[in-house]
Design a protein around this ligand. Structure first.
Ligand SMILES: [Fe+2]
Ligand SMILES: [Fe+2]
Length: 474
């Protein structure tokens, strides 16, 4: 169970380590002032029907109640330790899992923790203004839930920094509160976390695509031989699942509403669809293309000696590492990677160790495709002849083998000029953004009411009805 009588709720017996406790209590006000600055805009007095972790057991870890977000009990929750756990891959395979940071891996591990930690506050910053244009109280509550949990994910990483990385760790924890998404001088570390999230379609796409990158990174780190990191990530994954649900169901409800309006009014051109105040499927496809491609970049270079090192050292595993049936060393294994040669995309076999980024990206794509197929079913059931597709892996990429090439959504290699001529057929144009934002000019706050451009969800939160007061504004 989690001790909520402490200033910082935790299940790591924080009270026993006074130095650490004091360091974290020192960081806590800095965190809060970051939340006041960069958390959801003008929300500090709202009472939000939020869930809070009360135990790390899979059933019943959540308690629901009204909470003012700055009073949310952010804390430190790790999955319980398995005394028999081992390093399950790489050159240390079979050794007991490390309870402390191995000296030789200190700087790499710190880098891994900082890079993961940096994404958490970044997404809160990216979503800061969206509460002002929510389509319902239900959705407003959901974005706030995502935001407070991303805040807790920051706590999760900061705990590791303070507990295991000494003075350097404390400095990194401060820098995590100093960088800002999209800032020219001091941006967040990874590209996708500096992109704006200007509207609710972008928010749902972000939580579907980019929070799922979070899931895959956490899954890989949950395999780590450094046990405290693995246990931290395992608990974070239970929270991440809700973020992806918000994204998938959000996009699905937008598609559903568009299809309903198209059917009722027997219209199909984007202009006619827009005239009825919903988002045309073509625009949804362009948003999908954008969020998919910028998220694919987060996995890093297709061929990477860093990725090989992380694995061989036992620091970062593969997706579901312990469920895979091979030697977990990969010294002689190969994996296919694509690259552009002349005017063709060719696939070649490379060392599986250097291709681990690509492998994780492929695992991710498989899950994404399944989600897109579920969206497609909504369109099919409405009897509308439109196909949502994932663009080619090389489309609109800035990192890895496709960077610097101009590849169409269907995988043709084009000149820059040809590509530019099609850009806004494939990616949202300034007009698309303007249109979508025009639908979201204010908050919908009437109980049980939903904006015209989105269908209501199937059910409410925690068994509550759809017309429940999910947020009190005071
Ligand atoms: Fe997160
Ligand atoms: Fe998340």
């Amino acid at each position: 169970m989690i001790d909520y009588t402490e200033k910082i709720p935790n299940n790591v017996d924080l009270g026993r380590d006074r130095v650490l406790q004091r360091a974290l209590e020192h960081w806590q006000p800095a965190y809060l002032s970051w939340w006041y600055d960069m958390g959801p805009n003008e929300s500090h007095n709202f009472e939000v029907y939020l869930r809070t972790a009360i135990s790390v057991e899979p059933d019943g870890w959540a308690q629901f109640d009204y909470v003012k977000m700055p009073e949310y009990r952010w804390g430190i929750f790790l999955q319980p330790r398995d005394e028999k756990r081992q390093v399950n891959f790489g050159m240390h395979k079979g050794q007991p899992a490390w309870q402390d940071v191995p000296g030789e891996y200190r700087s790499i591990l710190r880098r891994i923790v900082v890079t993961q930690g940096d994404t958490e506050p970044a997404s809160v910053e990216q979503q800061k203004m969206l509460g002002l244009s929510c389509p319902s109280l239900y959705d407003l509550r959901n974005i706030f839930q995502v935001n407070v949990e991303e805040g807790r994910h920051l706590w999760a990483m900061v705990y590791l920094l303070h507990r295991y990385f000494g003075r350097d760790g404390r400095e990194e924890a401060e820098s995590l509160l100093a960088r800002r998404s999209g800032d020219t001088d001091n941006p967040r570390i990874l590209g996708a976390f500096n992109e704006p999230t200007p509207d609710w379609l972008a928010f749902y796409m972000f939580t579907f695509f980019t929070d799922r990158d979070g899931k895959f990174q956490l899954c890989a780190l949950a395999e780590s031989g450094f046990d405290p990191l693995a246990r931290t990530c395992r608990f974070m994954l239970t929270e991440e699942a809700h973020h992806m649900f918000v994204g998938e169901s959000g996009v699905s409800r937008i598609i559903q509403r568009t299809c309903e309006v198209m059917k009722e009014n027997k219209v199909d051109t984007p202009a006619d669809v827009r005239a009825l105040g919903v988002i045309d499927l073509q625009t949804i496809q362009r948003y999908l293309n954008f969020h998919y491609s910028v998220t694919l970049d987060l996995y890093g270079s297709d061929v990477s000696s860093n990725a090989a090192n992380y694995y061989t050292s036992g620091l970062k595993g593969r997706f579901r590492e312990t469920k895979l049936e091979d030697d977990h060393i990969l010294q002689d294994a190969a994996y296919p990677v694509s690259e552009v040669v002349g005017d063709k995309i060719v696939t070649k076999q490379v060392s599986a160790l250097t291709a681990l980024n690509e492998r994780l990206r492929d695992d991710y794509i498989e899950e994404i495709q399944a989600g897109v197929n579920r969206w497609q079913r909504v369109i099919d059931e409405a009897g509308i002849p439109f196909r949502l597709t994932l663009p080619h892996k090389g489309f609109h990429r800035e990192i890895g083998n496709f960077a610097g090439h101009f590849i169409s959504t269907t995988g043709e290699i084009l000149t820059e000029e040809q590509w530019k001529a099609h850009e806004f057929k494939w990616l949202p144009s300034p007009e698309d953004y303007k249109y979508v934002q025009s639908l979201m000019s204010g908050r919908v706050t009437e109980l049980g009411k939903f904006a015209n451009w989105i269908a209501p969800p199937v059910k409410g939160i925690n068994g509550r009805p759809l017309d429940f007061q999910y947020v009190r504004f005071n």
